[in-house]
Design a protein around this ligand. Sequence first.
Ligand SMILES: O=P(O)(O)OC[C@H]1O[C@H](O)[C@H](O)[C@@H](O)[C@@H]1O
Length: 312
Amino acid sequence: MINQLNDRYAIDGQLKFIDGTTEFPPDRIISVPEEVEGFPIIQIENNFAKATIALYGGHVLSFQPMTEAEDLLFLSESARIQAGKGLRGGIPVCWPWFGPHPEDSTLPSHGFVRNRFWSVLSTGTTPGGETQIQLGLTDTPETRELWPHAWELVIDIVVGDTLTVGLITRNQGNEPFTITQALHTYFQVGNIDGVRILGLDRTEYIDKVEGGVQKSQAGVVEIDSEVDRIYMNVPPKLAIDDSTWKRQIQILSKGSSSAVVWNPWSEKAAKFADLSDDDYLRFVCVETTNAGPDQIEVFPGHEYRLESKIRN
Ligand SMILES: O=P(O)(O)OC[C@H]1O[C@H](O)[C@H](O)[C@@H](O)[C@@H]1O
């Protein structure tokens, strides 16, 4: 499998496929999903940055511009490969619903594409020397049991000094459908104590920690307890200011008017098997979403693109 992928899609000196099971320590490989041999991970290194992407979940795992000492993305040291489960960290794709299913709590949280193998549609180099990868996923009889629609998803990733991730939803059926979704980005930070999220002053948010009450943000967002919020009518540009590592990460979104900010804090983090107890100090999720009232209707034959650009 890895050899075939390399024969077809590798780019000399820039992109190759590796067997992900050799990248994770054996005690963190709980069960390898059966659909595809090995656990293919795309490894990219070009003039601008290094990045890795798992075919499982269409999941960007890491992105480090050459100018940066530390990865912009957080991947838990306790992240594990487990069939049916997503990986903790990077950019999980939540689709076609964000969070719990609105009517049926037995359905998986954050939809069902973060734990499926995506196929490679293309790899290439842009005229400017960035690396572009497109992965795809389509409905099957099994997904139609979970969500009765015909669809095609494409994740369009460009690795340069900026990481661009576009998630394209195509409606291949005869009826319109409505989605919520997220590029659920885990940003790595020096210490959560020194983090300020900029750009959300005076926006309204749904506070999930306090049962969904609506509040208004005053000033920058600082985190010193569990935070789980859907911000609404957000501007297209947010930033994470990290005083510990003295860097600022820019997040530019398109096709999104909401953003989710999440940190589980100590007590909740301790309950996650795939997070170390003090990992809550090392990341904050600032997610580019269509969530809460920001819902998207896609008409037959049409497509919708949600996009997040990340850079330092
Ligand atoms: O544990 P997961 O299913 O990956 O979800 C992790 C988190 O994702 C989002 O940020 C939600 O707003 C949180 O409520 C949830 O806890």
